[in-house]
Design a protein around this ligand. Sequence first.
Ligand code: NAD
Length: 373
Amino acid sequence: MKDNRVGVGIVGAGSIGIRGALNHLVLPDAQERVRIAAICDPVIGRAEAAAEKYGASAGYLTYEELLADDGVDVVTLCSPIGLHHDQGMAAIAAGKHVHFNKTMCTTLDEANDLIDAAQARGVKLVASPGVMAHPHAQRMRRAVLEERLGQLIWAMAGSSGVAAYHLNEKLRQGDDILSNIDPSWYYKRPGGGPLFDSTVYSMHYLTGIVGPAKAVTAMSGLAIPVREFRGRQIECEMDDNTFMLLDFGQAFYAVGFGTPHGVLQRGAEPYIYGTQGAILQAALGEQSLRRDDDVAPFVTPEHRALGESHVYSDLMQLVDWASGGPRPFGTAEHARHVIEIFDAAYRSSASGQTQTLQSTFEPVPLERLAALD
Ligand SMILES: NC(=O)c1ccc[n+]([C@@H]2O[C@H](COP(=O)([O-])OP(=O)(O)OC[C@H]3O[C@@H](n4cnc5c(N)ncnc54)[C@H](O)[C@@H]3O)[C@@H](O)[C@H]2O)c1
């Protein structure tokens, strides 16, 4: 039964479909805005089990059935990253608004396709991670714009160790259909590897704070070719060790990385060094840029306590936008630029040549940024 609420279709009832979408969407404040219209998953019994547990109107085995469901207004893609381009294109063709769990797709061409198709069809796209929705990220950008760091000199934005994290997620260790979720795709092509999965947060922060990059050079390879999951071997295909050098112009450079071991940077927030100051671990010198009451849009204490509330925030910003609200922070254009950086890094590694970037985006304007003091 349709009502005035926005109908959300959850595509993939795996780790983030459950932890980032369903666990949040059943809370009363979400239910005022949203109906859980349908869930789909190709693992037999998973969508039905999730639909029953979370009170969805329908559980389907195929994505085509979900797209054909008139009760679905918005889809949230919670499937493996390598599927996102084709699933996004199909949703757009069906006239549904689309929330992409990071990452939106894996190449610049795919990102261009999605943005062009959505514009032509008049549907809205939001791409996680919408990190610039966080007030501390906005203060970092304001500090840069107000030249509190002086002239920017270099920065670092990356992640390490996330491959092992996915092997050990709790929802993958059980025996029932909602807790035996196979993580193999995180190590396969296309869509696997730490850049699309994890460095994507740091790179959205960095480019969201300082603006778009101009060129990338990189070295990349597969360091650990076999992983073990619950006594079974996973043959890894995708690079797991990538180091990038980014050129932002005016001799301002950044190191980007996704690597299986070691710690270069604490947290996902980049380190940024200027002639007169630095931002490290979201602090400008001695001044923390975080506040106790900082929250992303739509995140109440109940949502925060559940974890993965940034995913819920991005999805609800799309729901709100589709209902006449403001444009969300997680724009498809920003995601496209970050995707091009990774796409270019892999091409640079393969060719030995620096890659000039083609895409750009409008960073969050000053008037939308949280105050510094
Ligand atoms: N796990 C995390 O910590 C986390 C956090 C934030 C975002 N994400 C993002 O969420 C997305 C999914 O990641 P995950 O960890 O939940 O993966 P997962 O492997 O836990 O779950 C993916 C689910 O998608 C299903 N699926 C496979 N093919 C499908 C298809 N054609 N149509 C619909 N469903 C299909 C699988 O059966 C599985 O149930 C990725 O984009 C990932 O980057 C994951």
